[in-house]
Design a protein around this ligand. Structure first.
Ligand code: BGC
Ligand code: ZN
Length: 367
């Protein structure tokens, strides 16, 4: 069957690969789920993998099948599968366990090992193909009523985890009750984080470069949050209006902006970094000032990556509530669909070049 793959280490190597079809008996103990792929989303990680900045092939293979944002329909299940049945719409988590204690208890998103296994990214083949098989543990059911939001499940799981982690960590304060949040960046993670925070009742400001009106601003407004173009207003000027925020989530993909966020968080506040910066940029930061204010303000910096099944389930609940609260808004994120795996070159072109492509995905098959 067809799969879209790269040769890790070789820039711009994206190509079509012929791979064997998977079968249920590849998974032990009757716990396999065979999924027919319907749609797969791509993001900056796929771009970086194709630029050979990131990602490794599974041991013994030269190619890596890419695609980690999956959406499909269950074709068949092993005899011991309980939660999932044929005909269910599903997505799959991305990480697979290593050997640390975190991996062994189902929280491989928190592995303490340096090596991590991620389908479509690192050492495990991904989902940009016709069928895949995996253990029930990693398959997440998507309600049929959310199938129009298909490939948003995986990015949403990362947003849900990031916010959940911030709240968990802030339990250190016993009475933390945040009012004002900034989200830096209005790509998919920024927009979905905006939703999670709005549903928690916060006053949310989502900052991005582009001047309104534009699609990102329309989506932010549609979620009753406030879009701020950094061309009109600096972070410092916004702080003058709102007071220092209690929570900042950085989803810009710029390490410079991630550090800049640290200059603006309020006392007892938390800054969450979600960006994955594969390059080697260096930035000058006002380190004395940050150091002083962080100590005097008991501030917290948190990194958050990936998501386990629990976070996918949280994300799905928020997508469901968000979709009825702000009808029609979330699907506006899904801007650019490409038909068929054969069109992988167009998929990559949109991802790399098209500034209006908020979300690129491949329509692999019909249900
Ligand atoms: C994926 C995450 C993954 C991270 C690091 C992101 O693009 O969505 O699931 O953990 O990259 O590889
Ligand atoms: Zn991703």
């Amino acid at each position: 069957m067809k799969a879209v793959a790269v040769t890790p280490g070789t820039p711009n190597s994206v190509h079509l690969e012929d791979i064997p079809a998977p079968s249920l008996d590849q998974i032990a103990d009757g716990l396999g789920v065979l999924v027919k792929v319907l749609k797969v989303g791509v993001d900056a990680t796929d771009r970086e993998i194709n630029e050979a900045q990131y990602g490794n092939a599974p041991e013994g293979d030269k190619h890596l099948v890419i695609g980690h944002e999956s959406f499909g329909i269950v074709e068949a299940v092993g005899e011991n599968v309980k939660r999932i049945k044929p005909g269910d719409y599903v997505t799959a988590t991305v990480r697979r366990p290593g050997n640390s204690i975190y991996d062994l208890i189902g929280t491989n998103d928190m592995t303490s090992e340096e090596t991590y296994y991620e389908r479509g990214i690192n050492l495990r083949h991904g989902f940009l193909t016709e069928y895949f098989v995996d253990e029930e543990e990693y398959i997440v059911r998507v309600p049929e009523g959310l199938k129009h939001l298909h490939v948003l499940q995986e990015p949403m799981s990362c947003a849900a985890k990031a916010v959940y982690q911030a709240y968990e960590a802030q339990r250190r304060l016993k009475v933390w009750s945040p009012k004002v949040a900034y989200v830096l960046g209005a790509g998919q993670i920024g927009l979905l984080t905006t939703l999670v925070l709005k549903l928690k009742g916060l006053e949310v400001y989502t900052l991005a470069r582009g001047e309104a009106p534009n699609l990102k601003a329309e989506i932010v407004d549609g979620m009753e949050a406030t879009y701020v173009s950094t061309k009109d207003k600096s972070l410092a000027a916004l702080v003058k209006e709102t007071g220092k925020p209690d929570l900042i989530v950085d989803a810009t993909g710029s390490s410079k902006l991630a550090f800049e966020a640290m200059e603006h968080i309020g006392h007892n506040g938390v800054v969450v970094w979600t960006g994955i910066t594969g390059g080697d940029k260096k930035t000058e930061v006002p380190s004395d000032n940050i150091n002083l204010n962080w100590v005097l303000g008991n501030k917290l910096l948190l990194g958050s990556v990936n998501a386990n099944r629990g976070h996918f389930e949280m994300g799905i609940r928020d997508l469901a509530l968000g979709d009825v609260m702000y009808p029609g808004v979330l699907q506006k994120i899904l801007t650019h669909g490409v038909d068929g795996l054969d069109n992988y070159a167009e998929m990559m072109r949109l991802l790399v070049e098209d500034k209006n492509a908020l979300k690129v995905f491949v329509n692999v098959a019909e249900a």
